[in-house]
Design a protein around this ligand. Structure first.
Ligand SMILES: *Cc1c(COP(=O)(O)O)cnc(C)c1O
Length: 391
């Protein structure tokens, strides 16, 4: 059976009523027959049937054993950091999601957790940076927003040798394209806010572990710290996952066409998309994932913030917004938006140039998106010509 068919039929029909859609159990507590005698649920922070369905579904999609649903992607990341103790070190990807960087440095450094950032597209950088105190390797692949690719299998074997956990933030790829646990990772996290939800209408985070005991520790933290996903939002993520395969296929097809269009545009300097044969890690991307995703970044020949801002404020179909993975295409300027909390020098060193623009390719017809970009480039070129002749 194909994974799409398997996925659709693994979403259970309600055994009580036959409802084909998963019921939303909007309740805080569950009536007990006698103290401690219940039907598997006692209090809804600890467990809720709607959330439990989502947790089983994501565990299955990621080929893991335990799924845990949190109120945001950052709450999911936070739970993983809480597995560590003072003196432990994290070895993290350098162009990490800005919010994860902020959490690591602003919240956890003061508890004595040290974080070292390296470019993970070359495994030798990790070999050089790993220490006996490294307890967690933190990967994003593709990265945000420069779409670098890390070799999950090679880094997983390094993690094994050094007895540390490997966690992969699989938000950009989604389990349809890439399954890090099958490649040797211990933990996968998602901002389900993005592709899994898929409709830009919720905030959610998911964790999946390969090992059941590790999963139980994270479930314990979910209950102990309390950042659970609500029943209605759990239902929305399930509903999103139902069409994930179709959506991802279209995101990938459109993104490849638009990336090709951008590479030949005279105003564009570099295009970052793992599906282009010119991408430095194209072969690794091809080896470990079944598609290249819906995110494209590019820089302009005129590498200034002003030039980037002119572009991102004048597209019509591409809406200027943070986030990604929804049905509507979005454009963003990371230096001023998602990556603003990273110091400028550090940001540039990680390849996030001043003119870098990130596109999240939605589900519109790709021709319409290309026309939108083409018209915006023309508009900008006319505006700069006018301002030059006015001067
Ligand atoms: C958005 C995002 C997060 C954070 O998730 P929230 O749901 O916004 O808390 C983490 N990692 C990546 C790669 C993201 O894009």
């Amino acid at each position: 059976m194909s994974t799409a068919t398997e996925l659709i039929h693994s979403i259970p029909v309600d055994p009580l009523t036959g409802a084909i859609s998963v019921p939303i159990y909007q309740t805080s507590t569950f009536v007990q027959e006698a103290p401690g005698v219940n039907k598997g649920y006692d209090y809804a922070r600890t467990g809720n049937p709607t959330r439990a369905t989502l947790e089983q579904l994501i565990a299955q999609l990621e080929k893991g054993t335990v799924g845990v649903a949190f109120s945001s992607g950052l709450a999911a990341i936070d739970a993983i950091v809480k597995l560590l103790k003072t003196g432990d070190e994290i070895l993290a990807v350098d162009d990490i999601y800005g919010g994860a960087f902020r959490l690591f440095t602003q919240v956890y450094e003061k508890f004595g957790i040290k974080v070292t950032y390296v470019d993970c597209s070359d495994v030798n950088n990790l070999v050089d940076a790993i220490t006996p105190n490294t307890k967690l390797i933190w990967l994003e692949t593709p990265t945000n927003p420069t779409l670098k690719i890390a070799d999950i299998e090679a880094i997983a074997s390094l993690a094994k040798t050094h007895h540390c956990l490997l966690c992969v933030d699989n938000t950009f790829a989604s389990p349809v394209l890439q399954q890090p646990l099958a490649l040797g990772a211990d933990i996968v996290i998602h901002s389900a806010t993005k592709y899994l939800g898929g409709h830009s209408d919720l905030i959610a985070g998911l964790v999946v572990t390969k090992d059941a005991d590790l999963g139980a520790r994270i479930k314990y933290l979910q209950n102990a710290c309390g950042a659970i996903l609500a029943p209605f939002d759990s239902w929305l993520v399930i509903r999103g996952i139902e069409t994930l395969h179709l959506r991802i296929r279209q995101h990938c097809n459109s993104a490849l066409r638009i990336a090709r269009y951008l590479t030949q545009h005279p105003a564009v300097d570099k295009v970052f998309y793992p599906g282009l044969p010119t991408h430095p890690n194209h072969e690794v991307a091809q080896k470990q994932s079944s598609g290249f995703g819906g995110i494209i970044s590019f820089t302009l020949k005129e590498d200034t913030e002003e030039a980037a801002v002119r572009l991102v404020t004048q597209t019509r179909l591409f809406k200027l917004a943070e986030s990604l993975g929804g049905i509507k295409s979005l454009v963003s300027h990371p230096a001023n938006m998602t990556h603003k909390s990273i110091p400028a020098a550090k940001r540039r060193a990680a390849g996030v140039q001043d003119s870098l623009i990130r596109l999240s390719i939605g589900l519109e017809e790709p021709e319409d998106l290309i026309n939108d970009l083409e018209q915006t480039f023309q508009l900008i070129s006319e505006q700069t010509q006018t301002s030059v002749s006015a001067a």
